[in-house]
Design a protein around this ligand. Sequence first.
Ligand code: ZN
Ligand code: ZN
Ligand code: ZN
Length: 324
Amino acid sequence: MPKTSKKKLLKLFKDHKVQLLISKFVSGELGKLNPVYDPKHGFRYPLVDEIVGESSNTNKFLQKLFEGGVLNRKLYDKIVYCPTCSSANVSIHYTCPYCKSFDIKKSSLIEHIKCGYIDTEDHFQKEDKLVCPKCNKELISPDVDHHKAGVWCSCNKCTKSFDIPVPAHFCRECKENFTFDEAIYKDVYEYSLSPEAAKEVTLGWVMIGPIMESLEDIGFKVESPGFLNGKSGTRHMFDLTAVSEKKKLITAIDLATSEDVVSDQVVISMFAKIFDTNPEKACLVAIPNMSESAKKLAKLYKIKLIEANDQTAAIKALKEYVTQ
Ligand SMILES: [Zn+2]
Ligand SMILES: [Zn+2]
Ligand SMILES: [Zn+2]
């Protein structure tokens, strides 16, 4: 990987939302990120919707991670959207090339091999047998005395016949008809963690997966992202929430990483969430450490601060704090 793209990758890793998604891959919860089909909206990635918070930003987020080298992608499907209302609830209509009606009948063409007569299946049908209308012989074994010679369509509206219908679309939401020309036609991808990103992850940039695992091992119910409801009615997102099985005490945990020191802003925004949601415990894990003023703020706000140089040290300190 060129140096510039590695820099880009590491920059993306500092985004908590990116960390949360990567942790799903690293923890093994996610092997591949597959789209889930929803008839109204088309394909979605519910897990990413939850991380991003706003489902309309999901595709932009995934695109950014693909361009930044965090994710690889593979074409999974193609999807048609209505050009009028953007709904994915679209059906296909095979239409008559003469009058455009979709009221057409599809039948099979049958060839009687012995006499060479070709016609649609209904012309051969005599009660429950197939009988050649030309030579009056019964057709017995498929591929021996007769075979299918293609399809034949006829229009119930204009009565014309043809072999290839014209595909068109019908929007079940706004009831508009539209052609392939007019349709919005998009790629749908399946995503996986790129080998380059996976390599960096093992170096300790992303810690949520291992933290979750170790807290679950000692009997905590851990969610990532973890959501807590505030007094104000707002639902706040923390990087992790851990609930002890015995005492039902909630610990809200946020992580902050920086190349040198983590700034005050991180402490302030965590305090705003804690003030509203009032969990029993709150902890901020700073990698590698916090600025002096941020430390003072954390103390004032009663946020437990864990400064750690690496994953192992962070997990050890966090385990001690949640079990106190
Ligand atoms: Zn529509
Ligand atoms: Zn027609
Ligand atoms: Zn015949």
